[in-house]
Design a protein around this ligand. Structure first.
Ligand code: EPZ
Length: 420
């Protein structure tokens, strides 16, 4: 297993281009099994482990998948021969549950391993299953597998008790081929959900209301293959904005969508950054200043994203002042805190709040990545820490960031990967 070595203290300066959004691409890859007669081509695909895992999952079902050198992916589901998502693949990537809706919609059958939890929480999927059973699916859950069957899905009113991103996406995909109309209330409004709906409409679906908390879907008979480019990754955008801010530097971010990170920009302005933006680019200048502490409370989009909580925690560890970070989405998304404390951070945990007393400096140490965004936050801490930081278990980071050390090296960071 590799590790990342970071010698802190460099002020980051330069330009970085954002890759396609992991959390938009994963459901689109799964939705491709619903296409009849023509292939689906997806462009602007990030080079991530989660993408290759999803490709492996689809290939073992019999879907023909070809990738070119620029990570454009062509999928032909006409060769599909089984509807199984096995544990050995699902255990490494929970979002495999996203094959459930498309397989049931197109073939009326699916056997998917229960995803199990992960470092940030138990990650149950009962809202997915309850909604699908309302649409006519019968489930048999045994030995850690969900066996699901239905004749044809029936459109109906689905009201989620809690906002769920992949729950909304599973029902959105399933309802495109259901009999009649489906209305999803308390739907997730994330840009990745909107991008998936736009992709499905290109395939011939009839979806309206996406981006609001009420989505309506009129079932159609079939969906066709299309060529589509995924939207840029707003969490990668936010992560690089914080990388510049935490080191007192300046950065220009290209190929992004600035209004998808409006709340992150607002928080970084509060911390003292000078930020300008166009629709597709953002410039941040920290002018060599130390950031000011900012309070954060995570919530469903358009509130502050939980996937940026660890990165703002890192910023606050060296900010001037005390800050409170409240995590409202996941029950265990503070695993990065004990690692940052090894670097001298002063953080107290009280239930779902982290109280951070900003320090003048952090000191490099050996730390361990525990989950995708925690590993990004440890890189950010290492960039500003005095001395050397070694980050182990960086397979977590490779799941969700496309060539992160190369992009940081372009900005002047002293960071490299070392095989262990
Ligand atoms: C998606 O996960 C993202 N993953 C996560 O990104 C992201 O952190 C999360 O949404 C919240 O924005 C993908 O899109 C692939 P949820 P998801 O269902 O859909 C509870 C990353 O870093 N819940 O919106 O699994 C759940 O436990 C990843 O890229 C139930 O109780 O999250 C959580 O507390 C990490 N029952 C809350 O709802 C259910 O049936 C929101 O979860 C489903 C969810």
């Amino acid at each position: 297993m590799d590790k990342l070595i970071i010698n802190g203290g460099t002020v980051l300066k330069g330009e970085v281009s954002i890759s396609g959004a992991k959390n938009a691409v994963l459901p689109m890859l799964c939705a491709s099994v619903m296409a009849t007669d023509t292939c689906v081509t997806l462009n602007n695909i990030p080079h991530l482990h989660d993408v290759t895992t999803t490709v492996r999952l689809l290939r073992q079902m019999g879907v023909s998948v070809t990738l070119d050198d620029n990570m454009n992916i062509e999928l032909d589901p006409s060769t599909i021969k089984n509807f199984h998502a096995p544990y050995d693949l699902v255990k490494t990537m929970r979002s495999s549950i996203l094959v459930l809706g498309p397989l049931l919609a197109r073939f009326g059958s699916a056997v998917v391993s229960l995803p199990g939890g992960c470092a940030i929480g138990t990650r149950p999927v009962e809202m997915h299953l309850d909604a699908l059973s309302k649409m006519g699916v019968t489930f048999d859950i045994q030995n850690g597998y969900i066996s699901a069957n239905c004749s044809r899905l029936i459109g109906c009113e689905i009201s989620f008790p809690k906002t769920t991103v992949t729950g909304t996406e599973n029902i959105l995909m399933a309802s495109t081929l259901a009999e009649g109309k489906t209305v999803i209330t308390n739907a997730a409004r994330e840009p990745e959900v909107v991008d998936l709906a736009n992709f499905l409409n290109e395939m011939g679906a009839e979806i309206t209301g996406h981006g609001t908390d009420v989505i309506e879907v009129k079932g159609v008979k079939s969906l066709r293959g299309v060529s589509y480019s995924a939207l840029p990754d707003r969490i990668e955008t936010g992560t690089f904005l914080v990388a510049a801010a935490i080191t007192g530097g300046e950065i220009t971010i290209k190929n992004t969508i600035s209004n998808h990170v409006a709340i992150i920009i607002e928080k970084l302005r509060q911390s003292g950054a000078i930020i300008d933006s166009t629709d597709s680019s953002i410039t941040l200048n920290m002018q060599g200043k130390r950031p000011k502490a900012v309070n954060i409370e995570t919530g469903a989009y358009p509130l502050f994203p939980t996937d940026m909580q660890a990165q703002l925690t890192a910023l606050n560890t060296i900010a001037s002042g005390t800050s409170i970070i409240k995590e409202n989405i996941f029950e265990n998304r503070f695993m990065h805190i004990q690692e940052m404390s090894r670097m001298g951070a002063e953080i107290k945990l009280e239930q779902n709040c982290a109280i951070i007393s900003g320090k003048d400096e952090l000191v490099g140490a050996s730390v361990m990545a525990t989950d995708l965004r925690a590993s990004a936050s440890l890189i950010l801490a290492g960039l500003v820490a005095k001395g050397t930081t070694e980050i182990e278990r960086i397979y977590h980071i490779d799941r969700g960031y496309d060539c992160i050390e190369e992009k940081l090296q372009q900005l002047g960071a002293d960071i490299h990967r070392m095989p262990m």
